[in-house]
Design a protein around this ligand. Structure first.
Ligand SMILES: C=CC1=C(C)c2cc3[nH]c(cc4nc(cc5[nH]c(cc1n2)c(C)c5CCC(=O)O)C(CCC(=O)O)=C4C)c(C)c3C=C
Ligand SMILES: [Fe+2]
Ligand SMILES: [Fe+2]
Length: 345
């Protein structure tokens, strides 16, 4: 997309005269507009053409993507999106919760006159559109907030890349900041721990194990220096400490393997399917790598993995919801953003 936006107000030449107006831009991954083949294909095509996500040479990857992947996957993923589609608002849960988060956070910043908008790295509303909206509201300082608790080049960095791309097209750029990952931020860990405690307290029999499933990543990316695994371990160490649970009671697994390469292990699906044979038939699953529910949590874990667990002799499977637009999540986002806005408010 070509984005030519030149704000009419000069922002930096007369620093003393210019009013300071920060704005917040929440960035999430992106999601299809609808569940039909073409909509899912369009989304997957943009997502899987990102070289931060698929590092293979385009000469090798493009024919595979345009051939088998974009022929087969949109149909399969479309069916999965259909199962979790939000019928009330006719959109995917990822989009609904991201918008809800932005609106709730905006209410927390109303008195500060700081607008909050949201955008998707892939698809719509685009990052360029989000930036434009903030500039039109007179923002001369923008905090970009990738909504990922753990850093990865495949998520955090590519969201920021897209923001910087939009900035490249401006004559007068606002000042910018980007929110760092918050893998073991105490408020985040407390909110996760409370969601585990809340789930356990509602059950007649406490789960024998709480499995923490993170989105996976190719091992090669970690070996090349992506700090994602370190961040996942940070989250787990802090969460186990907060809950007083051992690695056996709260193990870490990785879901969503894509393609033939080696991904982080243990894989969530095979780990959970083997539990009934070990006598573990009542489990809960938490997904601390996602702050909004999405196809990965609701369908891959909540439907597919759950069905396999029951088929293998499991008796009770509880998926702990992501923080979504809960007051705890909005408080977390407010704390993180207020800290990052220091000196700008
Ligand atoms: C090589 C492929 C992929 C990498 C690497 C990857 C990393 C990664 N992704 C997330 C978060 C999300 N991924 C989501 C969906 C999704 N992810 C991939 C592939 C890779 N992800 C695909 C093909 C899809 C689409 C769904 C499907 O067809 O299976 C989502 C949900 C989007 C939604 O609309 O609900 C999220 C969120 C992280 C955190 C991550 C690396 C750490
Ligand atoms: Fe993904
Ligand atoms: Fe997946």
């Amino acid at each position: 997309m070509v984005f030519h936006y030149i704000p009419s107000r000069r922002t930096h030449d007369h620093a003393d005269a210019s009013p300071r107006k920060p704005g917040i831009l929440l960035l999430n991954l992106g999601t299809p507009e609808d569940t039909d083949y073409r909509s899912v294909r369009r989304y997957l095509s943009e997502f899987l053409s990102d070289r931060r996500v698929i590092e293979a040479s385009p000469v090798v990857w493009k024919p595979i993507l345009q051939g088998v992947v974009l022929t087969v996957r949109p149909g399969k993923s479309g069916k999965a999106y259909k199962r979790i589609w939000d019928k009330e608002t006719n959109e995917s849960p990822l989009r609904r919760y991201t918008r809800d988060q932005a609106e709730a956070l905006a209410r927390r910043f109303e008195a500060d006159n700081v607008p909050v908008v949201w955008a998707m790295r892939y698809g719509t509303p685009s990052v360029a559109q989000g930036l434009k909206t903030l500039l039109e509201q007179g923002c001369d300082r923008i905090l970009a907030v990738p909504l990922y608790p753990q850093y990865s080049a495949t998520t955090t960095a590519t969201a920021n890349d897209q923001f910087f791309r939009a900035l490249m097209r401006l004559r007068n750029q606002p000042a910018i900041r980007t929110l760092p990952a918050f893998a073991d931020h105490p408020t985040y860990i407390k909110a996760l721990a409370d969601s585990v405690r809340d789930t356990i307290s509602k059950q007649t029999e406490a789960p024998q194990m709480v499995v923490a499933s993170f989105h996976g990543l190719p091992k090669a990316y970690i070996n090349k220096g992506d700090s994602y695994l370190t961040d996942c371990i940070r989250t787990m160490t802090a969460l186990r400490e907060e809950l007083g649970m051992t690695e056996d009671m709260l193990p870490m697994t990785f879901q969503s393997r894509f393609g033939p390469a080696k991904w982080l292990e243990p894989a969530t699906a095979s780990f959970i399917e083997e539990l009934p044979a070990r006598g573990i038939k009542n489990i809960a699953v938490i997904t601390p790598g996602f702050i909004t529910d999405c196809i990965e949590t609701l369908d891959e874990i909540g439907n597919e993995v759950c069905e396999e667990f029951i088929a293998k002799g499991g008796e009770q499977f509880t998926l702990i919801p992501c923080l979504n637009d809960s007051p705890a999540c909005i408080t977390l986002l407010e704390e993180l953003t207020r800290q990052e806005l220091q000196g700008w408010l």
